[in-house]
Design a protein around this ligand. Structure first.
Ligand SMILES: [Zn+2]
Length: 385
């Protein structure tokens, strides 16, 4: 296959509607074939029901210390959004590339694939790897099994560049995250008999109240120097969805909501979670004392480690050299960089596009950002030659 340009690669990638709830196998099949046609043997790591796969590949000498270009194949849905272009076709207009995933993060993935193939064609003295995950948008659940699968199949990489949109700024830290689905099971009675039933909603509200109280405590703390770099400069708890109840005059049989916590690097996620679980256990016991069949259950649905700024980090030094950056930043959203770091890699975030355009209707990537990413990859190829 003739090598495709970054722009042609982006067109191909956006054409696969790899929304997280759907399979990404069409994209993976195509990419595996494309890489194979350039002599690059890629490896798959399947999810449990084999509906999706991660793909990783290695070019250059079979030694440790590769630069790892890391991205995710999935995108968020378009349902309920008003698009003025076809989300699954790249539309160029006014210096922007419109399409679902152009910004988050198929633009970077296109550049990474291009770089891998170029590296293979030009020959490298330092190896390069591509790591493409799935289910990132569901809470970064696809990367850890992929990272585990990479061990022993390809030599361990050294510096990981996660290309989430950062306007090509160097990001050395991000908050960690963790999330729980909460189900409060109540007991239905006529609301006039409230004390003899259990309102799942009113008891759920107690737990949400604990999250509010916790926020007030966290917000009142004087930020540590590490925390002061973040916006906001403290850990937050958030409830983004809730459902429950059937009528104003029936105590609610069920209340479900999701709590997520965004945690400053260096702060103790486990302790924060333990406090929340203890509150839930207390509430569960109180409910069960009234109605043994009712209670509270928690389902931990995601956990993403924070990215801690590294002392003399290899990945940071590399990106500084490639971009000329002499400053670094931190962000409040989670990425797979924290997961690579937890697995023993040096990791940073640096990618084209602005996070403000991610997940939006008419998502776009500025052409200037795409070109900046291309220059970055050219510099990387020179550095690895
Ligand atoms: Zn992303």
């Amino acid at each position: 296959m003739v090598p495709l340009t970054p722009r042609q690669l982006l067109d191909r990638l956006v054409g696969f509607p790899t929304v997280s709830r759907l399979s990404n196998l069409d994209l993976i099949d195509w990419l595996e074939g494309y890489l194979a046609s350039h002599g690059i043997a890629a490896h798959r790591h399947w999810n449990e029901d084999r509906s999706k796969a991660a793909l990783f590949g290695h070019v250059g000498p079979l030694v440790e210390g590769a630069v790892v270009l890391s991205g995710h194949s999935d995108v968020v849905p378009v349902e309920g959004q008003t698009w003025t272009t076809d989300p699954w076709t790249v539309t160029e207009r006014d210096g922007r590339l419109y399409g679902r995933g152009t910004c988050d993060m198929k633009g970077y993935v296109a550049l990474a694939i291009w770089t891998l193939v170029e590296g293979q064609r030009r020959g490298l003295s330092t190896p390069l790897q591509l790591a493409l995950s799935y289910d990132e948008e569901l809470g970064c659940t696809g990367a850890p099994p992929m990272i585990a699968a990479m061990q022993g199949v390809v030599p361990k990489g050294g510096a990981v560049i996660v290309g989430e949109p950062s306007r090509m700024d160097l990001i050395t830290g991000h908050k960690g995250g963790t999330g729980y689905h909460v189900h409060v099971k109540g007991y239905e009675v006529h609301s006039s008999l409230l004390p003899y039933g259990v309102s799942a909603i009113m008891d759920g509200a107690r737990l949400i109240g604990c999250a509010n109280d916790q926020n007030a405590v966290l917000q009142a703390l004087v930020p540590t120097p590490a925390a002061a770099r973040f916006v906001p400069p403290f850990t937050t708890l958030h409830v983004g969805m809730i459902q429950g109840g059937t009528a104003h005059n029936i105590t609610a049989a069920d209340c479900r909501f999701a709590v997520e916590m965004r945690v400053i690097p260096g702060e103790d996620i486990a302790a924060l979670e333990a406090r929340f679980r203890a509150e839930a256990a207390r509430l569960d016991a109180a409910i069960k004392a009234a109605r043994p069949e009712a209670g509270v259950t928690l389902d931990h649905f995601f956990g993403v480690p924070a990215l801690r700024p590294e002392k003399d980090g290899v990945a940071e030094a590399l990106v500084r050299r490639l971009t000329g950056a002499n400053t670094s930043g931190v962000v409040s959203y989670g990425t797979e960089a924290g997961q690579f770091q937890e697995a023993g890699y040096s990791a940073v975030v640096c990618g084209p596009g602005d996070i403000a355009q991610a997940h939006q209707p008419d998502e776009f990537l500025d052409l200037s950002e795409f070109h900046a990413g291309h220059r970055f990859m050219e510099n990387l190829l020179d550095a690895l030659a």
